[in-house]
Design a protein around this ligand. Structure first.
Ligand SMILES: C[S@@+](CC[C@H](N)C(=O)[O-])C[C@H]1O[C@@H](n2cnc3c(N)ncnc32)[C@H](O)[C@@H]1O
Length: 388
C-alpha cells in the first residue's frame, strides 16, 4: 500500500476529494459537509492510501491535482547526523535510478533543523549511500517538460516527512496546449471551474472568452470521459517496480470508457488568433469535432435555446490591460446573458466582486482560488428567467 498525497491549489481540496471518491480511492463522504475529512495539515491537497493500481488511476484520471506524492517515511530528527542516518534507511532505490537528477522542496517549521538548503544536502547524501552512480541535485521548474524528480521534505516540530513525486511533469501538462493566447488558465484550474460550476456534462456549455480554449477543451474531455493523462508519461514509469502490464490494463480500460458524442460545447473569442489557437489545441486534444469555435465578440454570441452553463474567464486585472474598459465589458456581458441565456448557470473566474458585480447577476459567495499568483474567485449565479 502506498501513502499518497494528491497536491492541488488551496481551495480546491473538496473538488479533488470528490474526484478521488469518483475513482473509488476515497470512501464515500459522511454527512453533508464537503470539507469533512480534510485535515488542517492537508491544506493544498488530499491524503489517501492506494495500491499501485490506485496510484496509476490517480495520475491518469485526476483533473484538478497538480501531482501525486508518495510518502517514503516519517521520523524525528533534531540534528543533521540523525536526519542523514534515518533518511538513508528509506528505500530510495524503489523510486530513483542511479545517476538521475533530483530536486528538493524543503520546508522547516518550529524545528531545530531550519536551514532548508543544508537539509536538502544531507538528504542527497543519504540518497547516495544507496545509489551508485550518485544522483545529482538540479533546479526544479514547475512548467518544465522533463523536470528532475521532486523530493518533498517537511520538517515540523522536529518531525521530518519525506515524499517523492510520482507524476514527473506537473499534471496540468496534458500535452495538447502547445500554443497559448493571452493570459491562459492552467488546465487543472479550468477543470476545477467546470467541476465546481456543477455542469452536468450533458447540457450545452459556452465560453464566450475562450482564449486558448482551455475551458472548452477540458469540458469536451470531461464530457467524453477522456482521461487527462491518456497521452503523456509519468515519473513512475521509470521506477524499478513499475508494473507495465497493470498500467496498460488501467490505460486500456480508461480508453474503453471514452465516448465519441457529447453535449454541445461552444467557444468564441473576439480575437481571431485566439480562435485559431483554440482550434489547433482542440485538434491536438482529439476533441476538435466536439467544440463549435466561432470568431465573435461577446455581444454577438448566439447560444442554443434552452438551458445550459456559461463557464468563462473574462479579462480582468493585471494580466490584461487595465486601460480597457472592463466595467463596460462586464455590464455588456450581464445584459447579453439576461437577454440570450435566461435560466442558464454562470460561473466566472474574476479578480474582484466589484468587477463581477457590474454584470448585475446575483452571485453566491465566490470560491476563492489563485490564478497566476493572483487571488481570484469563481463567481456563480443563475441568470434570471425574466428580462429586467
Ligand atoms: C483571460 S483571457 C481567456 C483565457 C482562456 N481562458 C485561456 O485559458 O486561454 C480573455 C479572453 O477574452 C477575449 N476578449 C476580450 N474582450 C472580448 C469581447 N468583448 N468579446 C469576446 N472576447 C473578448 C480576449 O481576446 C482573451 O482571449
Amino acid at each position: 500500500m502506498f501513502r499518497l498525497f494528491a497536491v492541488t491549489q488551496p481551495g480546491l481540496e473538496p473538488v479533488l476529494q470528490a474526484e478521488l471518491r469518483g475513482l473509488g480511492l476515497l470512501p464515500e463522504q459522511e454527512g453533508n459537509n464537503p470539507t469533512a475529512g480534510i485535515l488542517k495539515e492537508d491544506a493544498g491537497g488530499v491524503a489517501f492510501e492506494a495500491r499501485p493500481e490506485g496510484l496509476y488511476l490517480a495520475n491518469l484520471h485526476l483533473r484538478t491535482a497538480s501531482r501525486i506524492l508518495v510518502r517514503l517515511g516519517e521520523f524525528g530528527a533534531q540534528g543533521f547526523e540523525e536526519l542523514r542516518k534515518k533518511a538513508a534507511r528509506l528505500y530510495w532505490e524503489q523510486y530513483l535510478l542511479p545517476g538521475q537528477q533530483v530536486a528538493f522542496r524543503v520546508t522547516c517549521h518550529k524545528s531545530r533543523l531550519y536551514h532548508s538548503d543544508a537539509v536538502a544536502r544531507e538528504i542527497l547524501t543519504a540518497v547516495n549511500t544507496r545509489l551508485n552512480p550518485a544522483c545529482i541535485s538540479a533546479k526544479y521548474t514547475e512548467d518544465a517538460e522533463n523536470p528532475p524528480t521532486l523530493i518533498v521534505v517537511r520538517i515540523v516540530r522536529d518531525v521530518c516527512s519525506i515524499s517523492v513525486d510520482s507524476s514527473g511533469a506537473a499534471l496540468h501538462r496534458r500535452g495538447y496546449r502547445l500554443e497559448t493566447a493571452k493570459a491562459p488558465l492552467r488546465e487543472t484550474l479550468a477543470a476545477a471551474m467546470l467541476l465546481a460550476s456543477g455542469w452536468d456534462a450533458r447540457s450545452p456549455l459556452l465560453d464566450p472568452f475562450c482564449g486558448s480554449g482551455t475551458i472548452p477543451i477540458e469540458a469536451a474531455m470531461l464530457a467524453r470521459r477522456m482521461a487527462p493523462g491518456r497521452n503523456r508519461d509519468f515519473s513512475f514509469f521509470h521506477w524499478p517496480g513499475f508494473n507495465a502490464s497493470l498500467w496498460q490494463k488501467v490505460l486500456n480500460s480508461a480508453r474503453a470508457a471514452e465516448v465519441a458524442d457529447c453535449a454541445p460545447i461552444l467557444a468564441s473569442d473576439r480575437d481571431e488568433g485566439a480562435v485559431r489557437i483554440t482550434q489547433a489545441n482542440a485538434e491536438r486534444a482529439c476533441v476538435v469535432g466536439s467544440i463549435a469555435v466561432t470568431h465573435a465578440a461577446v455581444s454577438n454570441i448566439a447560444p442554443p435555446a434552452g438551458g445550459g452553463w456559461v463557464v468563462s474567464n473574462p479579462p480582468y486585472g493585471e494580466r490584461i490591460s487595465r486601460n480597457a474598459d472592463l466595467r463596460n465589458l462586464y455590464t455588456r456581458l450581464g445584459d447579453v446573458l439576461r437577454e440570450r441565456c435566461p435560466g442558464w448557470q454562470v460561473s466566472l473566474l474574476c479578480e474582484d466582486s466589484i468587477l463581477a458585480g457590474h454584470t448585475r447577476l446575483r452571485f453566491a459567495p465566490p470560491l476563492p482560488l489563485v490564478n497566476g499568483g493572483l487571488r481570484v474567485g469563481l463567481f456563480s449565479a443563475t441568470v434570471p428567467e425574466e428580462h429586467n
